[in-house]
Design a binder for this molecule. Structure first.
Ligand code: SF4
Ligand code: SF4
Length: 179
């Protein structure tokens, strides 16, 4: 397989600078609302805040991969005297918690780096984080060339988990007859 250059986009998180304002959640959910900017429900945001003001814990985490089953990680981390659970840092949409799931359908939410229409020069959450807790970085990496059906597969896999393969097949058959 030949190598191709791939742009890797990263949001760097400085936990010490986050004040828990939740502007990132508002901006993300508004940008991804349908129609765009018609609502700003944080439950639909692809970045969520672990927020415990009494312990001064503010940890923004943006959504990564869909996980079919919960993992066994139950570790605890103490950083600068504050205790975090392993799940706090996890970016997966997984069965053990409600974050990173579209509230109506339950389908997984994943950060798309705001590449949706119109594509943003910088992710919306980074633009609206006035404390600079979020910064955007790009770098180039050489990777094997491959056909990327990843996102379609993730969506299909989670729908099969939720509704069963037969129901999805029946729906596809019904839709194809309509065309
Ligand atoms: S980059 Fe865009 S999609 Fe990803 S969490 Fe930030 S606002 Fe949401
Ligand atoms: S916008 Fe920035 S400071 Fe506000 S909650 Fe999000 S990451 Fe924290």
């Amino acid at each position: 397989m030949s190598k191709v250059k791939k742009k890797v986009k990263v949001i760097k998180i400085d936990v010490d600078k986050c004040n828990g304002c939740r502007a990132c959640e508002v901006a993300c959910s508004a940008f991804h609302a349908s129609p765009k900017y018609s609502s700003n429900n944080p439950a639909r945001s692809r970045i969520r805040l672990i927020r415990e003001p009494l312990r001064d814990v503010y940890l923004p985490v943006y959504a990564g991969e869909y996980a079919k089953a919960e993992c066994s990680g139950r570790g605890k981390y103490v950083i600068d005297g504050k205790e975090y659970s392993e799940c706090d840092f996890c970016r997966a949409s997984c069965p053990s918690r409600d974050v990173f799931k579209e509230p109506d359908s339950g389908l997984p939410l994943k950060c798309d780096m705001c590449e949706d229409d119109p594509p943003q020069e910088k992710p919306l959450c980074v633009q609206w984080c006035l404390n600079d807790a979020l910064t955007y970085e790009e770098r180039e990496e050489e990777v094997e060339e491959e056909v990327k059906m990843e996102d379609v597969e993730v969506g299909l896999e989670s729908m099969v988990d939720k509704y069963g393969l037969q129901k999805i097949m029946d729906t596809v058959t019904r839709l194809s007859k309509k065309e």
